[in-house]
Design a protein around this ligand. Structure first.
Ligand SMILES: *Cc1c(COP(=O)(O)O)cnc(C)c1O
Length: 441
C-alpha cells in the first residue's frame, strides 16, 4: 500500500459540495455574467473550442506574481525548479522575473538555453548526471553544479582540468529530516539516493575532497527535504540540522532546495512563498547563520501549480446503480500521472457553470486501458454534467505536462499561456500522430 499524500481524494466526503473555492483558481480567474470561468478575461470554453482538449491553460500573470514573490522573499539567486513545468516560454518568464533556473538533465538544459538563459543563471542538479551534461555545464560555466556523489566530484575535477577552468559547486546534503510528505517525494531522509549523508560522514568527506581540489570552488551547501511539504517546521528543522554542518565551513551560500506544498483540494491550506522564506530565515538566524550568508531556495510547484487548469471534454458518463458514476474524459494518466503515482487529490468544475453547486460525486477517469487511470477519485461536480461538457481540473500547472507520457500512443496536449497583454498563445503545440510516428524507423 502506497502511503497516501496529504489531500488524498478518499479523505474527501462522498456527498456533493458547493462551488469550487475561488482560491484554487489562478490569480486572474473571474466568473462572467453567464457563469463562465475566464482567465485573464478569456473564456475557458472559447479556449477549448479554439485549441481543442485536453488543454493546459496557464495564467501568465499568476506565474509572474509567484516568481516576483520568490525573488522578493528569497533575494537574488533563487531558482525556479524547471522540472515542475518547462517550456521556452516558461523559462523566459522565470528569467525575466529575475529567477535562476534549476535544470536536472540535458533536455532541461537545452530548453533553458533555447530560451536565452545566461549560463550564470543555471544550476545543474541530478543524482546521476551524464558525462555530456557535466561537460556542457563545465564548458559553458554554469552558476554552479550541485554535486551529488564522489564519482561526480572526480568527473568534474577531470573536466575542469581539461577545460582549464574551475567549477563552482554546492554539496548536496541529506539532512536526515522527515518531510512529512509522500514517500516517493521525500528526499532528505537518511535512506535516500540523493546527496551525501550528514550522519554517515559522507557529507564531510565530500567537502574535504572538494576543498583539496584546486579545480573545484566550493560555494555552499544544499539540502532539499522533499516535495509538497506543507509544514514550515520541517524546513525549519532542516535548517537547524544543516546549520550545524554549514557554519564551521564558513561558506557564502546555503540553499534549502524546493518543496513548498500547495493546496490542491478544498480545505487544504499551504504557507505562501513569503511565509516559507520568513520561517526559514528566522530559523537560520536563530541557528546562528548571519546575514552575510546568501540563503536561497528552489521552488517549483509553488510557482506554477495553481497557475494552470486542465480542460477536458467529457465523452462518456456511466452510471452504475448502487456503485458509482464514472465520467470519462479525453485525457487521463498520460497528462496527469500524479493521482496514479502518489494518490494525489484534485477538484473538478464545469467552466460553463463555475459557481454552480457541485451536488453529485463521480469518479473522473481517463481513456487509457487500465482501471488505475483515475484523475479524481471522488469529484464533486454539478449534476447537470453531461457528455460534451468541458470539464476542468484546477491546480494542474506542476508535474502534469512535465510528467506527461504518450501512453496508448495518445499525443500530449497543447499548452496555452493567457495574459491580459495579448491573445492567448500556444507555447507548446499539441502533439500529433505524425510526431509520434517520427521516431519510427
Ligand atoms: C524537485 C526539486 C525542487 C522543486 O521541488 P518543488 O516541490 O516543485 O518545489 C527543488 N530542488 C530540487 C533539488 C528538487 O529535486
Amino acid at each position: 500500500m502506497i502511503p497516501a499524500a496529504a489531500g488524498h481524494a478518499d479523505q474527501q466526503d462522498q456527498v456533493g459540495r458547493g462551488p469550487l473555492p475561488q482560491s484554487l483558481l489562478p490569480d486572474s480567474a473571474t466568473v462572467d455574467s453567464s457563469g463562465h470561468c475566464r482567465i485573464a478575461g478569456v473564456d475557458l470554453l472559447h479556449l477549448a473550442r479554439q485549441f481543442g482538449t485536453p488543454l493546459f491553460v496557464y495564467d501568465e500573470a499568476h506565474v509572474r506574481n509567484r516568481c516576483r514573490e520568490a525573488l522578493t522573499a528569497w533575494g537574488d539567486g533563487v531558482a525556479y525548479a524547471s522540472k515542475a513545468f518547462l517550456s521556452k516560454a516558461m523559462a523566459s518568464v522565470a528569467l525575466q522575473e529575475g529567477m535562476c533556473l534549476d535544470v536536472a538533465s540535458g533536455g532541461e538544459l537545452a530548453v533553458a538555453l533555447a530560451a536565452g538563459a545566461p549560463p550564470d543563471r543555471l544550476v545543474l542538479h541530478g543524482n546521476n548526471k551524464l558525462p555530456d551534461e557535466l561537460e556542457a555545464a563545465v564548458r559553458m560555466g554554469v552558476r554552479y553544479v550541485v554535486v551529488d556523489s564522489f564519482e561526480e566530484i572526480d568527473r568534474l575535477e577531470l573536466l575542469a582540468k581539461q577545460h582549464r577552468t574551475t567549477v563552482r559547486v554546492l554539496v548536496r546534503v541529506t539532512p536526515g529530516v522527515e518531510a512529512h510528505t509522500h514517500a516517493y517525494t521525500s528526499t532528505g531522509q537518511v535512506d535516500s539516493k540523493f546527496g551525501f549523508g550528514l550522519e554517515s560522514g559522507r557529507a564531510a568527506a565530500a567537502v574535504d575532497r572538494i576543498a583539496r581540489s584546486p579545480a573545484l570552488d566550493l560555494v555552499g551547501i544544499h539540502g532539499h527535504i522533499g516535495s509538497q511539504v506543507f509544514r514550515t517546521d520541517a524546513f525549519e528543522r532542516a535548517v537547524q540540522v544543516l546549520a550545524g554542518f554549514f557554519l564551521p565551513l564558513d561558506l557564502p551560500e546555503l540553499c534549502i532546495g524546493g518543496g513548498l506544498g500547495v493546496a490542491y483540494v478544498e480545505g487544504e491550506t499551504a504557507p505562501t512563498i513569503t511565509e516559507w522564506a520568513s520561517s526559514v530565515k528566522a530559523a537560520a538566524a536563530a541557528a546562528g547563520i548571519g546575514p552575510h550568508v546568501r540563503l536561497t531556495a528552489e521552488p517549483g510547484r509553488a510557482v506554477v501549480a495553481a497557475a494552470a487548469v486542465t480542460l477536458y471534454t467529457v465523452g462518456v458518463v456511466k452510471q452504475l446503480p448502487h456503485v458509482r458514476t464514472y465520467v470519462a474524459v479525453d485525457g487521463g494518466m498520460s497528462d496527469n500521472p500524479r493521482p496514479v503515482l502518489y494518490g494525489s487529490g484534485y477538484e473538478a468544475f464545469l467552466p460553463r457553470a463555475t459557481t454552480a453547486d457541485r451536488d453529485m460525486v463521480v469518479r473522473i477517469v481517463g481513456r487509457h486501458c487500465e482501471s488505475g487511470d483515475v484523475i479524481v477519485h471522488n469529484a464533486a461536480v454539478p449534476s447537470s454534467l453531461e457528455p460534451g461538457d468541458v470539464l476542468a481540473t484546477p491546480v494542474t500547472g506542476a508535474y502534469g505536462y512535465s510528467m506527461a507520457s504518450t501512453y496508448n500512443r495518445v499525443p500530449r496536449p497543447a499548452v496555452v499561456f493567457v495574459s491580459p497583454e495579448g491573445e492567448p498563445r500556444v507555447v507548446l503545440r499539441r502533439e500529433t500522430a505524425q510526431d509520434l510516428m517520427s521516431l519510427e524507423c
